[in-house]
Design a protein around this ligand. Structure first.
Ligand SMILES: [Zn+2]
Length: 262
């Protein structure tokens, strides 16, 4: 009976280990996706700043064209001033000159503001490009570490598969089928009884059941249906007041044994 229980407990440990490793394996692609998403966001940010810089550039090209046109217009009106006959004409042309010059000045201020924006954008672009480089390196690093962990997990799983086959081969097929059914429903198929409780569901076991378990029988928990066993090696040691490991072996008289499981 003890060997059977040991095999079942071992099989369960293997199954839980396999489930954990498989879960770890399934979580790996998400790490790459996360790093790639961060890189994509940085690339978008960099592209956005680049197009903002281009927009400012073409805005200034247009402004310069318009400024030149207003300056030319002002010069043209100034030339006309030389040939005017009346003060009314002179005043009207003077007005045109002033208007054209004021427009040119207004557009020059706009151009200056655009230059200032471009300067700030250039700084943003340098930062965004550095971010892109950093996240690209990060993606490479994550890919490499994920690949390494995949290999490592695959190796561990292969070893576990061999252990699993060996453990299963040693268990009676009918019991194995029951074990698999419970494992599928409950995650763990076999639970240790401890302090007259099933450690799987924390429900108490009947005194009669407890006695049978203590005699090494493999039973079923009434509450959760898991296979239930008792492990003499897991019996809690008699409580001690934080023993000092240095003094533990210093020739103290052996403690009076307590009744097991008390
Ligand atoms: Zn139970």
């Amino acid at each position: 009976m003890q060997a059977l229980i040991e095999n079942l407990v071992k099989l369960q440990a293997i199954e839980l280990n396999r489930a954990r490793l498989n879960q770890e394996l399934r979580a790996l692609p998400a790490e790459i996706a996360q790093a790639e998403a961060a890189l994509a966001a940085a690339e978008r940010q960099s592209a956005d700043v680049s197009s903002a810089i281009e927009r400012e550039d073409s805005l200034r090209t247009r402004l310069e064209r318009e400024i030149a046109a207003h300056r030319k217009k002002a010069a043209h009106f100034r030339e006309q001033l030389d040939s005017v006959k009346t003060t009314e004409q002179a005043a009207a042309i003077e007005h045109e000159v002033q208007f054209a010059a004021a427009e040119a000045e207004r557009l020059e201020n706009e151009e200056y503001a655009s230059l200032e924006r471009s300067e700030a954008l250039e700084a943003q672009l340098a930062h965004a490009r550095a971010q892109v480089e950093r996240f690209a390196a990060e993606v490479d690093a994550v890919r490499a570490s994920v690949a390494a962990r995949k290999r490592e997990l695959a190796g561990k799983l292969a070893a576990l598969d061999a252990d699993r086959e060996a453990a299963r081969a040693a268990i009676d097929p009918e019991l194995l089928a029951r074990f698999d059914r419970i494992a599928k429903a409950r995650g763990a198929a076999i639970a240790r009884a401890e302090n007259q409780q099933c450690t799987g569901c924390r429900m108490g076991v009947r005194p009669q059941t407890w006695n049978q378990l203590r005699n090494g029988e493999l039973l079923t928990c009434d509450s959760c249906s898991r296979l239930l066993y008792w492990d003499p090696a897991m019996t809690p040691p008699a409580p001690q007041l934080a023993p000092d490991p240095a003094k533990a072996s210093a020739g103290r008289a052996p403690r009076k044994p307590r009744p097991a499981g008390a």
